[in-house]
Design a binder for this molecule. Structure first.
Ligand SMILES: Nc1ncnc2c1ncn2[C@@H]1O[C@H](COP(=O)(O)OP(=O)(O)OP(=O)(O)O)[C@@H](O)[C@H]1O
Ligand SMILES: [Mg+2]
Length: 286
């Protein structure tokens, strides 16, 4: 097990109550573990505890089979951390940012230029990072978080602000890293990322985990096997019909419709991960 968390509790100094209220979860090697939940539910706080930014937690946390509290600065040689808000040296260039950061590590590091290329960032660009777009800054934070070839990679909202092309590139990169054995702790509000990428997802609500399972298992829970078709009807309108695959008569009507109608669209109506989110947290995304 790469991460093992038991009854994790955390209260901000001066805070009214625990914002993490007894979390339990495990993450195994090479797994992409998604952390989902409403705003303010405790996702970033959990990442900050696991990355030792917030050391005053309660409960038992083991990372790399060692007690988190006993890990010293060498821990940072083995993890990569990308924060939800880009924290870069705005007056330096992208390459200078990476060169500077590289100096903190006692382990082999990747070449800044090669990382910039991987993240589709300009190489040999004299522009300061302060002049970068939001999406570029976020990609630079991601590039920086990989410079020490981490075994455990923390990503807080990595696709925020990315256009669809770059979002796909980032998804592919996360998958490649996991296939290479890197373990990924991924916080996201992007249900497509969670669904397509994560091996398991945990939903947190008010500092408590409500479910942990594969996206597929969560979507198929309480699922009615429904199919919806659309086909052109009289007067240029669009007709829509739904069929229950568990009902033999409805199933036969579906087969008949396929043979007799000019079908334009056909969909199974399993819940999306967003539906699961709304159900298990009782709230919407914001
Ligand atoms: N530095 C802080 N001091 C006091 N309270 C804090 C601090 N940071 C966060 N909190 C509180 O802790 C709770 C959890 O916040 P956290 O940032 O972990 O949420 P989140 O799940 O990451 O939310 P989001 O989806 O908006 O990023 C919130 O109630 C928040 O107000
Ligand atoms: Mg957050």
């Amino acid at each position: 097990m790469i991460v093992r968390v038991r009854d994790l509790r955390f209260r901000y100094p001066g805070g009214a109550g625990d914002v993490l209220d007894g979390l339990d979860f495990d993450i195994s090697e090479g797994e992409i573990f998604g952390f989902l939940g409403p705003n303010g539910s405790g996702k970033s706080t959990t990442q900050k505890v696991l990355t030792r930014i917030l050391p005053s937690y309660r409960g038992a946390v083991k990372v790399f089979d060692k007690d988190l509290g006993s890990l010293r600065s060498d821990y940072y040689n083995h993890i990569g951390v990308s924060f939800e808000f880009p924290n870069l040296y705005e007056k330096l260039t992208a390459e200078e940012n990476l060169e500077f950061y590289r100096g903190f590590f006692d382990v082999p590091t990747d070449e800044p230029r090669e990382l910039l290329e991987r993240f589709d960032l300009p190489v040999g660009d004299s522009r300061r990072v302060g002049a970068f777009s939001k999406g570029m800054k976020m990609r630079l934070v991601l590039a920086r978080s990989l410079i020490n070839r981490p075994k455990l990679w923390f990503l807080d909202e990595p696709t925020t602000g990315q256009d669809p092309l770059h979002a796909v590139q980032i998804r592919d990169m996360i998958r490649q890293m996991a296939d290479g054995g890197t373990t990924v702790f991924l916080t996201t509000h992007d249900m497509t990322v969670a669904d397509k990428l994560c091996d398991r997802v945990a939903f947190i609500n008010d500092g408590t985990l409500v479910v942990v399972d594969t996206p597929r298992a969560l979507k198929l829970q309480d699922h009615q096997r429904l199919v919806r078709i659309e086909y052109p009807a009289d007067g240029g309108t669009l007709a829509r019909e739904e069929f229950h695959l568990d009902d033999p008569a409805s199933k036969q009507a579906f087969v008949d419709a396929i043979q007799t109608r000019e079908i334009e669209t056909i969909h199974t109506l399993e819940p999306s991960l967003e539906d699961v989110f709304l159900r298990v947290t009782g709230r919407g995304l914001s």
